[in-house]
Design a protein around this ligand. Structure first.
Ligand SMILES: [Cu+2]
Length: 119
């Protein structure tokens, strides 16, 4: 057994109890991430949640967790909002002042669709 392997072994023994604690703690933020208020996560070419409910005056954030850029473009004419390309790991925000149903899509991948319902 060489030194680095010995070290790794010692490290695992030290870290494992912490990992178990971490895994337990980590489930809460992960579960929460899917329901962060006023946030849409883009993952695997999907807007999640597909329908987001917010109150008037809310700022909505789209977080791009995919490896490629996406765009968030209102389906309405004229467009209520339109993002630039949002790169991997970046986000786009826009504020919804008025109540209504705002359908949108990704203009780079038009099968990606979502809706923001503002009350
Ligand atoms: Cu896209």
């Amino acid at each position: 057994m060489n030194m680095s392997r010995l070290f790794q072994h010692a490290l695992m023994r030290t870290v494992c109890p912490a990992l178990i604690a971490c895994a337990t703690v980590a489930t809460a933020p992960i579960a929460q991430a899917q329901s962060v208020p006023n946030t849409v996560v883009i993952d695997n070419f999907t807007f999640n949640p597909p329908v987001l409910h917010v109150s008037a005056g809310s700022t909505v954030t789209w977080q791009n967790h995919d490896d490629m850029p996406h765009m968030i473009v209102s389906s309405a004419t004229p467009r209520a909002f339109s993002s630039p390309p949002v790169d991997s790991g970046e986000h786009y925000t826009t504020t919804f002042a008025k109540p209504g149903t705002y359908a949108y899509f990704c203009s780079m991948h038009p099968r990606m669709t979502g809706t923001v319902i503002v009350k």
